[in-house]
Design a protein around this ligand. Structure first.
Ligand SMILES: C[S@@+](CC[C@H](N)C(=O)[O-])C[C@H]1O[C@@H](n2cnc3c(N)ncnc32)[C@H](O)[C@@H]1O
Length: 317
């Protein structure tokens, strides 16, 4: 229990520091990891059900269609480490296909949601040890020593890797390689480049669920950091950034205004934005290049017939 309180206090301090630093930049920025409190996680699950949001159903179909090959790639007795596990729905497909998995360790920054996911997986796979790890995967952290070090497989679906910039991606892939060790493997889901109108619709749906997800970040600041954001004076915007090959989510200030956060004030011009998330879109080659530069070897690629999304099978040796 004490450890849980510690995690929460450390997270609250890190959240405040990130918000103060991000809102002090010329281009105001908030790291996307803070989008996921309980409400943000629930809204993200609602996004995954939208017609416009093709990534979840495409990746799920690939996992189902290629389950046997993916299980063979992982091998018997796999120890599955899942980064950014969220609701862990795709995990059920993988765990269901694996040959005698040893242990499942979901990793997520959203500590309460993580516990709910762990409880559901325990009910769904009785007998499988499930060890949740509340951590920020963009920082160094250790996998606890009670997680067997042999046969580790890193699973990172959801194209969450696209939220990292180039330096963070390399650092993350190296950290993941360190976590699985010499004989380890990884399966990483990455969203592929496609026409911009499909991408914009996926991040700005007609029902306004993605807008609510984005605006929840300001509501979270109001709830957790005594923030004073006028929630009806900011709107969601999705933009394509060609040079970064990324969809960006912004919150646009509708007027000149001042918002206070934990005792500090931040001024906004009319039309000024807070950049809250980038979602990078890869080619097969550009992703393989990141994998190679961080010391991984690409061994397998599973994709859908329209090549919208790809799962990369990597080995650490
Ligand atoms: C896009 S959702 C993907 C969820 C799920 N894996 C899927 O494929 O549907 C991203 C998940 O990663 C978690 N997350 C985002 N940034 C994180 C970070 N820096 N460290 C740990 N977890 C993070 C979020 O809490 C959320 O559960």
């Amino acid at each position: 229990m004490l450890e849980r309180v510690d995690v929460k206090t450390r997270q609250a301090d890190a959240f405040r520091a990130d918000v103060w630093a991000g809102l002090s930049r010329p281009q105001k920025t908030l790291p996307s990891r803070w989008l996921y409190d309980d409400r943000g996680c629930a809204l993200f699950e609602a996004i995954t059900q939208l017609d416009e949001y093709y990534p979840t159903r495409t990746e799920t179909a690939i996992l189902k269609d290629d389950a046997a090959q993916i299980a063979a790639f992982c091998g018997r007795d796999a120890v599955l480490l899942e980064y950014g596990a969220g609701a862990g729905l795709k995990t059920e497909i993988v765990l269901g296909a694996l040959d005698a998995p040893q242990l499942y360790a979901p990793i997520d920054i959203a500590a309460d949601f993580l516990e709910q996911t762990a409880a559901r997986i325990r009910r769904r796979f009785p007998g499988l040890p499930v060890h949740p790890i509340a951590a920020d995967f963009t920082s160094d952290f250790d996998i606890p020593s009670h997680v067997p070090s042999e046969r580790r497989i890193a699973f990172f679906p959801g194209s969450t890797i696209g939220n990292l910039d180039a330096d963070e991606t390399l650092a993350f892939l190296e950290r993941m390689r360190h976590h699985v060790g010499g004989g380890g493997r990884a399966i990483i889901g990455a969203d592929l480049k496609k026409d911009v109108s499909t991408l914009i619709a996926a991040y700005d749906d007609r029902h306004g669920v993605t807008a609510a997800f984005n605006l929840n970040l300001l509501a979270r600041i109001n709830r957790e950091l005594s923030g004073k954001f006028a929630l009806d004076q900011f709107v969601h915007e999705a933009r394509w950034n060609e040079s970064e090959s990324a969809i960006e989510m912004h919150l646009v200030s509708l007027k000149e205004q001042v918002a206070a956060v934990a005792g500090r004030s931040f001024a906004f011009r009319r039309g000024e934005t807070i950049h809250t998330e980038s979602s990078r879109k890869y080619s097969i080659e550009s992703f393989s290049d990141f994998a190679m530069r961080s010391g991984w070897r690409d061994r397998a690629i599973w994709t859908d017939p329209q090549r919208r999304f790809a799962l990369f099978g990597l080995s650490a040796e």
